[in-house]
Design a protein around this ligand. Structure first.
Ligand code: KG4
Ligand code: ZN
Length: 337
């Protein structure tokens, strides 16, 4: 019997990863990710360099995603791309490529919200959370607690009012002279350090919102003051500094997550975004979860950081609801939910 298949190609280019994935009837068949190494020497993502690197990577990344999935471009039934939020120049590369391809093939276009996609990364593989669940999305660009009532029915309960938690990790790393992205290096150094050695003052925020810029500044002053007394302060104390700042950032994340779970009466708890790769965050959430009777969901690492598989998954649900974009759709750097 002939069955209609949905064969979706999705493109992600919102920040510093160029990624393409193929999804056939809701199953991910390939997920190719090209990470841009160029930014490390600048201590953060340089938007203009990101756009250029996307332009160079996009065609080979798409070709590889099709090849790995064993699909030709003529078999595609839809093309999806990240509409926002993200860097305008970076988003433009993915959206122009997706639009041209969809136009050339005569297939519909799907415009995907990157933040919703991080949440729906939980539906790529088993085990999957049941509705309603809470998702703590923690990345280099965002920190938010989302209530998820259905695949495309999500409400932001709280979010950062300034820096994202990943940004706080990266900036504190930079203060210690660690190259970008410093989050994973802090994670590694912290394993050898004493998390109770140093304390930093946390910024209190109302409700379920976050603020991470104050803690970064307090870390900066602390390091500067101590370096004036001993130039080798950072070198001698890198492990303890890493463990202490990491503990503080995770405590801030968990305090609001616990409050949100209590307020909403929800025990299905998920984490998403690049920072959910952090080993201490993973064990802390598992520990608190065991105490509180939560079921905790953490996606595989490749689906935590930016990837097109999560864009493809979101596009699949949008496609089931016929939520297509027209060819004039523009990237939205500050796209909201
Ligand atoms: O989701 P993602 O790949 O990109 C954004 O959308 O931002 O997240 C990247 C962020 C960076 O800030 C990086 O330092 C952080 O995730 N990150 C980590 C770890 N792995 C990645 N932060 C702390 N510990 C880690 N193991
Ligand atoms: Zn992201």
């Amino acid at each position: 019997m002939y069955t209609m298949k949905k064969v979706i190609l999705a493109i992600e280019s919102s920040c510093d990863e160029t990624s393409a994935a193929v999804c056939v009837d809701g199953r991910i068949k390939s997920n190719v990710i090209a990470t841009q190494a160029i930014h490390s020497k600048y201590g953060g993502v340089v938007p203009e360099l990101a756009s250029r690197a996307h332009q160079q990577a996009i065609a080979p990344v798409v070709m590889e995603a099709l090849a790995v999935a064993g699909v030709t471009k003529n078999q595609l039934t839809e093309v999806a791309f990240t509409q926002g939020p993200g860097l305008l120049g970076a988003l433009l590369v993915g959206s122009s490529f997706a639009k041209s391809l969809a136009l050339g093939l005569g297939v519909p276009l799907l415009a995907v919200n990157h933040m919703k996609a991080h949440v729906l990364a939980h539906f790529i593989e088993e085990p999957q959370p049941s509705f309603p669940f809470l998702c703590l999305t923690v990345s280099g660009g965002h920190t938010q607690i989302v209530r998820v009532d259905d695949y495309l029915d999500m409400t932001v309960l709280g979010q950062t009012q300034d820096d994202a938690v990943g940004e706080a990790f990266d900036k504190c790393a930079k203060i210690m002279g660690i190259p970008y992205p410093g989050g994973p290096i802090i994670d590694r150094l912290a394993k050898e350090g004493d998390a109770n050695r140093f304390e930093f003052s946390k910024t209190e925020m109302p409700d379920l919102d976050y603020s991470f810029s104050g803690i970064k500044t307090s870390f900066l002053y602390f390091v500067q003051n101590n370096t004036q007394k001993d130039v080798a302060f950072v070198e001698k104390n890198k492990n303890d500094l890493s463990a202490s700042i990491q503990k503080c950032l995770i405590a801030m994340l968990m305090e609001k997550l616990v409050r949100a779970a209590e307020q909403e009466g929800i025990h299905e708890i998920a984490i998403a975004g690049g920072v959910s790769a952090n080993s201490e965050l993973r064990s802390t959430i598992q520990g608190i979860g065991a105490e509180k009777g939560w079921k905790v969901y953490i996606p595989k690492f490749e689906y935590c950081t930016d990837n097109a598989a999560m864009i493809a998954m979101t596009a699949y649900y949008q496609s089931l609801g016929q939520d297509y974009a027209d060819m004039h759709v523009s990237p939205m750097p500050r796209m909201k939910f």
